[in-house]
Design a protein. Structure first.
Ligand SMILES: Cc1cc2nc3c(=O)[nH]c(=O)nc-3n(C[C@H](O)[C@H](O)[C@H](O)COP(=O)(O)OP(=O)(O)OC[C@H]3O[C@@H](n4cnc5c(N)ncnc54)[C@H](O)[C@@H]3O)c2cc1C
Length: 407
């Protein structure tokens, strides 16, 4: 029996690792030929960690077939998908006995003018690489002779839109970079730097316990991160950001991290979708088909939603759904217990060696929680190579600072 899996993210990777490859032929289709450990992605944007330390090549997994392509459509009548390779433009068809859709989501720009053209996202490793290059470019540009103090300020005004974990962790990493490296490597520029975090709600990290969210805001204010809560970006040009209260300011870098929406593939698939545009499934992840469910198409991770339930779009949920589905297949689709999400809580890094933990057993802040945060992610990295590289990067950064080479 052949299972075709779309994606190499948290849900798909967990599924691929757990599925019994003696029972099933596994074919993986994804435009990304590696698994990416997103919780540590913000750390790569300023060089706390190196890019390759948090990825795992999918081809390291034995007994699978991999095609580096995107699936463009599903033909459920004849059990086949159409795929396209972005590099060569090659289009081809693949047959399946079972299809598992785990394509994740993309960053939501809410249709705001100028975002796609001018902002950088933080979803893939290529995004982090662009941010890192841009941050260093901003400092190098501001260092050129004949640049006025006003121009320096404009180059070094870093705006982050979105006060969820991604935006907060990026702002925190950037602030660490400024405190620990800029003051040494671009010492005459530190006074010109400004980090502005823009959030539509009244507080940042709104999914965390209120006290933890307030603590994060207090720490950010102490770190000189300017918080603009209850603020909406209405328009962005190549140089300016406009807010809903009429404020306009120039920026050197804008990172957009305001939540997700469905991929074009999901939107165009014709599968039943909920109000968040996620593919509707039952609680064994069979995809909805009219009043019933397909018997050989499944959807897991961020792109899917169990009918009537609203689970958060997190790696934790994605991994648990991937694991559940693999075990379900290994039991030859014998329906025993339906999926039940086990909430392990949330962690976030807020800079200056401080973190937040909001877990069922432990709510904490500060340096101790930072050590817990690092230990938790070190153990969750998916290979020994990743663990060793991340540990090495942390030690290297602590001893010799971040590498500001631009290449
Ligand atoms: C910066 C950042 C930090 C985060 N931190 C945390 C955290 O600390 N804790 C936490 O729980 N969650 C965190 N998340 C959220 C977490 O990364 C996601 O919830 C999780 O990745 C979802 O897993 P997924 O498998 O559904 O999708 P993804 O991991 O996004 O994977 C989707 C896969 O599908 C592929 N794909 C896309 N379109 C197609 C197509 N048409 N055909 C085939 N393949 C396709 C993609 O290339 C990718 O391989 C973070 C996210 C980001 C961006």
């Amino acid at each position: 029996m052949k299972i075709v899996i779309l994606g190499t993210g948290f849900a798909a990777f967990r599924f691929i690792k757990k599925i019994n490859k003696r029972i099933y032929d596994i074919v993986v289709v994804s435009p990304r030929n590696h698994f990416l450990f997103t919780p540590l992605l913000p750390s790569t944007t300023v060089g706390t960690l190196e890019f390759r330390s948090i990825i795992e090549p999918i081809r390291n997994t034995e007994n699978i077939t991999f095609h580096q392509s995107s699936c463009t459509s599903v033909n459920s009548e004849n059990n086949s998908i159409e795929c396209k390779d972005a590099d060569t433009g090659k289009v081809y068809t693949l047959g399946y006995d079972y299809l598992v859709i785990a394509v994740g989501e993309v960053t939501n720009t809410f249709g705001i003018s100028g975002i796609y053209e001018n902002a950088l996202f933080l979803k893939e490793l290529s995004d982090a690489r662009k941010i890192r290059t841009k941050v260093i470019d901003c400092f190098e540009n501001a260092s050129l002779p004949g640049i006025s103090p006003e121009e320096k300020k404009d180059f070094l005004r870093f705006a982050v839109c979105g006060g969820g974990p991604t935006g907060v962790e990026f702002a925190a990493e950037l602030n660490d970079f400024i405190e620990e490296d800029v003051k040494r490597k671009y010492h005459d520029l530190a006074a010109y730097v400004e980090i502005i975090l823009i959030e539509a709600r009244g507080s940042i990290l709104a999914t965390f316990d209120k006290k933890l969210s307030e603590y994060a805001m207090k720490i950010f204010k102490r770190q000189n991160i300017i918080l603009k809560t209850n603020s909406l970006v209405t328009e962005v040009t190549d140089k300016t950001i406009m807010l809903n209260d009429g404020t306009m300011f120039n920026y050197g870098l804008l990172v957009w991290a305001t939540g997700n929406t469905s991929t074009d593939f999901v939107r165009n698939s014709g599968f039943a979708a909920d109000k968040r545009k996620k593919i509707i499934t039952d609680d064994f992840f069979y995809v909805k088909n009219g009043e019933t469910f397909y018997n050989n198409i499944f959807a897991i991770g961020d792109c899917a939603a169990i009918e009537g339930k609203e689970l958060p779009a997190t790696a934790q949920v994605a991994q648990q759904t991937g694991l559940f589905l693999a075990k379900f297949f290994n039991k030859r689709l014998l329906k025993e217990r339906p999926f039940h999400f086990k909430n392990l809580g949330m962690l976030a890094y807020i800079g200056n060696r401080k973190a937040l933990a909001d877990t069922p057993q432990y709510k904490g802040t500060g340096f101790g929680t930072f050590v817990f945060w690092r230990s938790a992610y070190l153990t969750k990295l998916v290979s020994f190579k990743n663990k060793a590289l991340v540990l090495f990067d942390w030690i290297k950064t602590f001893i010799s600072g971040r590498d500001v080479s631009n290449f």
